[in-house]
Design a protein. Structure first.
Lengths: 426, 258
């Protein structure tokens, strides 16, 4: 074993340094994933609590001059108004502001009559106005408002069917947000032209929808976690060893400088990958809680095939190597860990910006030259794979370019380890 | 070949930063740390590089260890050039200075194995050598303890053992007794004599006259980067006190000590 090259000795030492230190393993591998999972889960639950209305909840609804034509329809679908005199309007409005009441709907006294005259084509009649008062900061109130608008719109369309847009599809209630489902029942009662089976107008396949979701969420997450994974290990291992004077001890042995540079980059990349993976798992596990149960439907079927996963893995590996390479260079320039962190923070912002550009570019770029831009190429490749629209050549260029850049980093780092100004700068 | 270390006309300059210029009250941007320095150390002797702080002793030793490169001149260590064959040079020397630290997280036991690997020592040889050296310095008792938890004397012993994992023919030792308690210092100097008796070549730097008188077979006196005298202790002192001889040389090259 001892006669093996110094490269393996360096990799072995780095792994031993990392994996036998329980505190470091905990803070760089377990903690990020755990924290993300906990924070996102709590956030997700809190968000859902805000959006979801208790099924048992009885809304407090008031109506002024509720016309007979509508009163029956409303009560038959379980919407019961307390009918009040116009004189109480101001008091109820105050209650809505104070969140004691959910909604007040005010019809003109002669609503039915005026609607009838409108329908018969009589000239000079103003269309009757309905006023709905609600409180947008109260979920229950906002929801009742949406329901009311949709019902009244459907009623209007049913009375004078000039044309209909996506009538009867469940997307007509999308504005309602949480608790959808009551609309179809309500629609039928108000004479829904397309009662019965609901047609789907959104022609995106389930696969596309999931792909779109993954492509817009994951690449950015992955880039951030990979970078912070690299950032949590490389400065300590390079600037730290410089600061503590332990790197020079290795440099007086016959160990080749390239063995030290490459050994460091390989081992740090592995550890950074673990740290990034932990964060990534944290996100994936908390995703259902964060964006709702809809994910189960989307993610349910096996969407991606093995080759997709392998491509993503290749992109991630090459990206981690590149990140570790660049961060190692900055750490070698720095005299202390603190100084290294100061150099790396702006780089992180740049990587974030480039990654965001890659995500917002929407869809994978066609031009091969884009795949030579570090970070941008990784994001674009991942967007391509996640949205089922990748070009294998682009991914090959990405991985090749990242490996080539890493090679340059190893070469520069090798030169730096042989440079007395770098190693002995105080 | 008995001249195991040959140094010819080594020169090393450092750039001075604005701050350093101010501190040293000089307008020069270059400081000549080592100036046209030559020396020869033979097999089986302890060679002492004697000089005040800042004379350039450490710079010379670092150049011999190939950690820094000379601006001019050349040196051969065990027949290998420090400029064209640095890896071979490093393979044939053991270099020890208080500036080279052991990673605190690891135990002497692991570090011995690690440095044996870096020196490409075969496993069976390294196991045997570890047993010998650890027993010799009493490291056995704390071999499994993290370096961070060792006393400075224990650390120094561990560093010494680890710097010679590969049984080098040449040992270069910068200020061997600096910062050591009297007992550890004694262990170190005794061991250096033991190494000499085994036929190793030892080059050490120091500013302590008694250490030179006690240990060294030959001495080079270095003042402001120049070798002002070199020879056996007898040749240098002519039977006089080494300290007196040193200050004669010092006033001749720099001026009277105020």
């Amino acid at each position: 074993m001892s006669t093996q090259s110094g490269l393996f000795a360096i990799i072995g030492k780095e792994f031993r340094r990392f994996f036998t230190d329980r505190r470091i393993v905990f803070t760089t591998v377990l903690l990020p994933g755990l924290m993300i999972y906990l924070i996102y889960s709590v956030m997700g639950n809190a968000l859902q609590d805000m959006m979801v209305i208790d099924e048992e909840y009885q809304p407090v609804l008031y109506a002024v001059n509720l016309p007979d034509s509508l009163a029956g329809a409303f009560s038959s679908i379980g919407i019961d108004f307390e009918q009040v005199e116009p004189g109480r309007i101001d008091a109820i409005r105050a209650d809505i502001t104070d969140k004691k009441a959910d909604l007040l709907i005010v019809f003109p006294a002669d609503f039915d009559e005026r609607v009838g005259r409108q329908l018969s084509g009589e000239q000079g009649v103003d269309p009757p106005r309905i006023e709905i008062f609600f409180n947008s900061t109260r979920t229950e109130s906002a929801y009742q408002y949406q329901v009311m608008r949709v019902l009244l719109d459907q009623y209007k369309t049913a009375l004078a069917p000039l044309f209909a847009v996506n009538a009867g599809s469940d997307s007509s209630m999308d504005t309602g947000g949480a608790g959808a489902g009551s609309s179809s029942g309500a629609g039928e009662e108000v004479d829904d032209p397309a009662s019965g089976e609901l047609p789907s107008y959104d022609l995106a396949t389930q696969e596309d929808a999931a792909g779109f979701m993954f492509a817009s969420l994951l690449p950015m997450f992955i880039m951030v976690f990979l970078f912070s994974g690299c950032m949590s290990v490389a400065p300590e291992s390079i600037a730290g060893e410089k600061e503590r004077g332990t790197i020079a001890t290795m440099l007086v042995t016959p160990l080749a400088r390239w063995e030290l540079a490459l050994g460091k980059i390989i081992s740090l990349a592995c550890i950074a990958l673990l740290s990034g993976l932990s964060s990534f798992l944290g996100v994936m596990l908390s995703l259902p809680k964060l964006i709702g149960d809809a994910t189960d439907e989307l993610v349910g079927p096996v969407l991606y095939v093995l080759s997709d996963y392998l491509l993503i893995l290749a992109v991630i590996l090459s990206t981690v190597l590149l990140f570790v390479g660049v961060i190692s260079l900055l750490s070698a320039v720095a005299r202390t860990i603190k100084e290294a962190t100061t150099y790396i923070t702006p780089l992180m912002l740049v990587v974030l910006m480039i990654s965001a550009m890659g995500v917002f570019a929407q869809g994978a770029a066609e031009n091969y030259l884009f795949y030579l831009i570090p970070a941008y190429n990784s994001v674009q490749s991942m967007v391509g794979v996640f949205s089922f629209s990748y070009n294998p050549a682009c991914i090959l260029i990405t991985v090749g370019a990242n490996l080539a850049y890493t090679g340059i980093c190893v070469a520069v780092l090798t030169w730096m380890f042989g440079n007395e100004k770098v190693v002995f700068t105080k | 070949m008995s001249d195991l270390v040959q140094v010819q006309g080594l020169r090393k300059t450092f750039k001075l930063s604005a701050k350093q210029r101010k501190l040293e009250n000089t307008k020069q941007t270059l400081k000549v740390a080592v100036n046209d320095l030559s020396l020869t150390a033979r097999k089986g002797e302890i060679y002492g590089l004697l000089g005040p702080n800042g004379a350039g002793k450490t710079t010379v030793l670092r150049m011999l260890a190939t950690l820094i490169k000379p601006d001019a001149g050349e040196a051969w260590v065990d027949g290998y050039s420090i400029i064209s064959d640095p890896e071979k040079v490093r393979a044939s020397i053991g270099f020890l200075t208080s500036e080279l630290k052991l990673e605190e997280f690891f135990s002497p036991d692991y570090l011995f194995d690690f440095f044996s690997q870096l020196h490409k020592v075969p496993t069976d040889v390294s196991i045997r050598r570890k047993a010998e050296l650890f027993a010799r310095f009493g490291i056995d008792e704390f071999a499994g303890v993290k370096v961070a938890n060792l006393s400075s004397g224990m650390k120094q012993k561990a560093s010494l053992a680890i710097s010679i994992v590969h049984d080098p023919d040449i040992v270069i030792f910068d200020e061997p007794t600096n910062g050591l308690d009297v007992i550890t210092a004694r262990v170190v100097t005794n061991y250096l004599e033991e190494l000499r008796d085994q036929g190793k070549t030892i080059i050490l730097s120091t500013h302590i006259f008694s250490l030179v008188e006690k240990l060294c077979d030959r001495v080079g006196i270095i003042i402001e980067g120049r070798m002002v005298a070199e020879g056996s202790l007898q040749e240098i002192t002519g039977g006089e006190d080494l300290e007196e001889r040193f200050f004669d040389l010092y006033s001749a090259s720099v001026g009277e000590v105020v």
